[in-house]
Ligand binder design. Structure first.
Ligand code: GUN
Ligand code: ZN
Length: 469
């Protein structure tokens, strides 16, 4: 038995580099996506060429578009209600005045349950089928997040936010050095691959998540290095922030360098967190490590991330909101690093990954001189889908519609959002098919809003939640 979804299909086939996404773009105006009972894709192509199957169930979506589910590689679950939080100032003031107090509210179990439900509902509304989720400090809130995510049938990589040092407003989120490790290890035992028992088939995965270097001590970093060395082979992830705010003197990056006495911010996560960047323990970098932001990296830092397979969650909406600057697009990609999209809700005030891609397009076109670039629409789609799966080291499982992949996809019905329908049907298109195809994809990504996302599927199964945020 199989299910065949008919619609207009866009996806990025194969395993291209970002710069080759346009050649890998597949456009099937009369497409068919055939999925077996396990949720595995058995065919994606022109509908008339699909293999004959007398038992197939057909879902004809008419003029709707089918695209791979969005992957959000950096989003904060405890900040579900904190988008548009006005703190006055940049990152460190915003954390102190808005975010630490908001995250402290998750100490209350009923509130934690409610925010977990609303978080999952917002993910479904935005078509975010897979996500790296910055967690709460509180174990019961993480339990609520994992349980609700499992109920919904979404993919999740997450871990409790680890903080062992901070000012008065961070106080409710801090733990002792010992609890920081014990709670993190316990969460891994409880939730890593809890749904299937095997990381390579699971939807649920654990991560080690130090909030950022300023929230932990050298002792925490040494202990986390030891813990990661123990669990790395089980497919556990690492997720944190890097080089986000460079206000001179008292901004994040200068503060890290001063506090640890290190040559570069990345050294604190690379085991070289002692003064002079001396080695103090095992590092946290690797192919299942995702650094959020990486706006102000040195060439040495970029080379080290590339060497270790560490990926970047690029969060342009958040970078605008907090005045963090812009991750240099061409320079970062030229270093050979996987760059995927992150909403960074709540510093980012857009849940929808296509809105993140829209801001990426604008800020990178506005980079000075030769750095400025008009990102190709196929590269935008790649960044929001397949690159995310690659950053999560799960490119073999999802991210596009290649045969054998797990079927994560969105059904977009333009008539549910008339401004989108209008630009798709009335916009100017070039005479040549390839340019017209690119223009249609660009219109779809730029004009998409949540109401047009009619259906969301993970591994062939429709995802639905009851709560609304
Ligand atoms: N750095 C440390 N914590 C945070 C956070 O919650 N959001 C962002 N954008 N940066 C951070
Ligand atoms: Zn963040």
């Amino acid at each position: 038995m199989s299910t065949t979804h008919l619609g207009q299909i866009f996806h990025i086939a194969g395993r291209p580099r970002a710069s080759a996404a346009d050649d890998a773009l597949v456009w099937l105006p009369d497409g068919a996506l055939v999925i077996d009972d396990d949720g595995t894709i058995t065919y994606c192509g022109p509908r008339d060429n699909r293999p004959v199957d007398a038992t197939e169930t057909i879902r004809d979506h008419g003029d709707a578009y089918l695209i791979p589910g969005f992957v959000d590689t950096h989003i904060h679950f405890p900040q579900t209600y904190s988008v548009d939080a006005y703190g006055g100032g940049q990152l460190l003031e915003w954390l102190d005045s808005c975010i630490f107090p908001a995250e402290a509210r998750l100490a209350e179990p009923d509130f934690a349950t409610r925010i977990a439900r609303d978080f999952c509902a917002r993910r479904v509304a935005a078509g975010t089928t897979a996500a790296t989720v910055f967690g709460s400090a509180f174990p019961h809130a993480q339990d609520a997040l994992f349980a609700e995510t499992r109920r919904a049938g979404l993919r999740l990589v997450s871990g409790r936010g680890i903080q062992t040092v901070g000012g008065p407003s961070a106080e409710p989120l801090l733990t002792s050095e010992r609890d920081a490790i014990e709670l993190t290890a316990a969460e891994i035992e409880r939730w890593h691959a809890a749904d299937t028992g095997a990381p390579d088939t699971a939807l649920l995965h654990s991560a080690i998540v130090p909030r950022f270097a300023l929230s932990v001590t050298t002792e925490t970093l040494a202990n986390l290095g030891e813990l990661y060395a123990d669990v790395r082979d089980r497919g556990v992830y690492v997720h944190t922030h890097l080089n986000e705010n460079n206000r001179p003197g008292d901004g994040e990056i200068d503060s890290v360098k001063k506090l640890f006495g290190v040559e570069s911010y990345l050294d604190t996560y690379d085991g070289r967190f002692l003064p002079g960047s001396r080695v103090g323990g095992a590092g946290l970098l690797g192919r299942r490590t995702i650094m959020a932001h990486a706006v102000h990296c040195t060439d040495t830092e970029l080379a080290r991330m590339a060497e270790t397979g560490t990926s970047i969650a690029h969060c342009p909406v958040s970078q605008l909101f907090l005045g963090s600057g812009t991750m240099p697009w061409q320079r970062t990609l030229a270093a050979g690093i996987t760059v995927a999209a992150g909403s960074d809700v709540g510093a980012g005030d857009e849940w929808l990954i296509s809105r993140v891609l829209s801001d990426a397009f604008k800020v990178h076109l506005s980079e000075p001189g030769d750095a400025g670039v008009a990102i190709h629409p196929a590269e935008m789609l790649f960044t929001g889908t397949l690159a995310g799966a690659r950053a999560l080291d799960m490119e073999d499982r999802f991210g596009n519609f290649d045969d054998g992949k797990e079927a994560d996809f969105l059904v977009i019905e333009p008539d549910r959002w008339p401004p989108l329908e209008a630009i798709l049907t009335q916009g100017i298109r070039a005479d040549d098919d390839r340019t017209a195809r690119d223009q249609t994809l660009f219109a779809l990504l730029m004009g998409l809003r949540e109401p047009a996302i009619a259906e969301v599927y993970v591994r062939g199964r429709r995802v639905q939640v009851s709560a609304t945020a």
